[in-house]
Design a protein around this ligand. Sequence first.
Ligand code: GLC
Length: 538
Amino acid sequence: MARVEPWWRTAAVYQVYIRSFKDGNGDGAGDIAGLRSKLAYLRDLGVDALWINPWYPSPLLDGGYDVADYRNIDPRFGDIDEAVSFIAEARNHGIRVLVDLVPNHTSWEHEWFEAALAAGPGSPERERYHFRQGSGPGGSEPPNDWQSVFGGPAWERAPDGEWYLHLFDISQPDLNWEHPEVRAEFHDILRFWLERGASGFRVDVAHSLVKEPGYPDVGDEANEQHLLSGVASSRHPYWDRPEIHDIVRGWRATLDEYPETMMVAEAWVFDLERFADYVRPDEYHQAFDPGFLEAPWNAEEMRTAIDESMKAVGGVGSIPTWVLSNHDLIRHATRYALPSGVDPKAWLLDGDRALMDSPLGERRARAVALLLLGLPGSVYLYQGEELGLPEVTELPPEVLEDPVWRRSGHNEKGRDGCRVPIPWTIDGASSGFGSNGSWLPQPDGWGERSVEAQDGTAGSMLELYRTALHLRREHLSSDLEIDWLDSPPETLLFARGSGVRCFVNFGSDPVPIEGDVLLASLDLEDGQLPPNASAWLR
Ligand code: GLC
């Protein structure tokens, strides 16, 4: 069967959190030189593309999502020439590169924001952002009740008394998308990277951008169920506004001038009909499905999440996009290690560590890998999941950098635990990450999970991913169909167009298997699939 074209419809995309991938210059942070040195590793792993988290000049107050210059590279990561030659070299390895577009906000070190602050109230420079007078006596209170995703009010007062909007950190002022210069600027940024060989974009907080005129209060209820955890309501003054879609159509028209390019939306929109609007034929090519990654370890709920997503995006002629971990989430090997009903975020802050069953988490991470890679559509893998890395739960408060930790008043530990630098070798100061330490400390025993430890080791997570990615290319990426078949309770069984079947055992008893095993996440027990295991059959 021929592969489904274009390439992105069935691609396996590997997310590179560049600061933590591989340090090439010994400054403790990953960089382009380090990434380049691992291109052969990525090719052999079998991925089709990379999504590189922001690598632009930035004060790194939100890990680079505070962009000071969209057309350059932070000197800690390299320079623009290196980036351009990296994109070409990756392509020579058969790997495309997606860059991260951050359109909702700039850094406060962006020249536009510096000019806005300098120019003062009422100036045209301020119109590119959201500056308002405060409320209350002397304007000393924020203009409305909007809350920052990272905690606290979404407004910060400038020295001259006006307030500016920042839905994220105070260092990330929101852009005013009603402003023609803002719109023009981002078309230009798209072209800048497309001209330099990028195959497309992952678009940050794609469900934001537009704010309701008049800035109405959202009210306590909406504030409580708010934010990164998703938009449930159909009317919100700053999430998932209908006007967003016009902007997206404009971007799409620009991308359409460049063959084989694409953009994928980070859109935390839980209403699937509204979610599907983002992937209509003249909008995004893909959007990360929020339901699948939130589904607990449970056959029925997983199946519902898969079906609903396929139905919703299929309804507008798009294809599903599956993901389980990224740089914002507790790594799934750890999420699946917790008893059902435990909220991973609350547990990460101060929960009982004895609740975590790491071997169970690892078995489930192996099993879910074959589910993820067995589904039709494209998949996004987060660096280190191919090594089975868990969340690093023991980072001491003094090393935490995520603004979530500070802005939540230390009520949320934040996202540093999934950003700990990758172990490449068994021994060595930072397990082969770099020659001179790592910007976040690696835990004891990190080297035992390294690429070196797993490479060529039968039964390792790395070998499971590698084999599965290659088999997927051969047998599972040629169609977009899924056929559910009857199977015992607490299991899922589906067939793909090639005839390969994917069987997952979510239960606690072994289940009989019918057919030849192409690949299994665990050894069979007396011809049966063990609990928390999966297999591809033919
Ligand atoms: C997205 C990014 C996250 C960042 C936020 C603000 O959700 O994935 O890392 O903090 O946007 O840019």
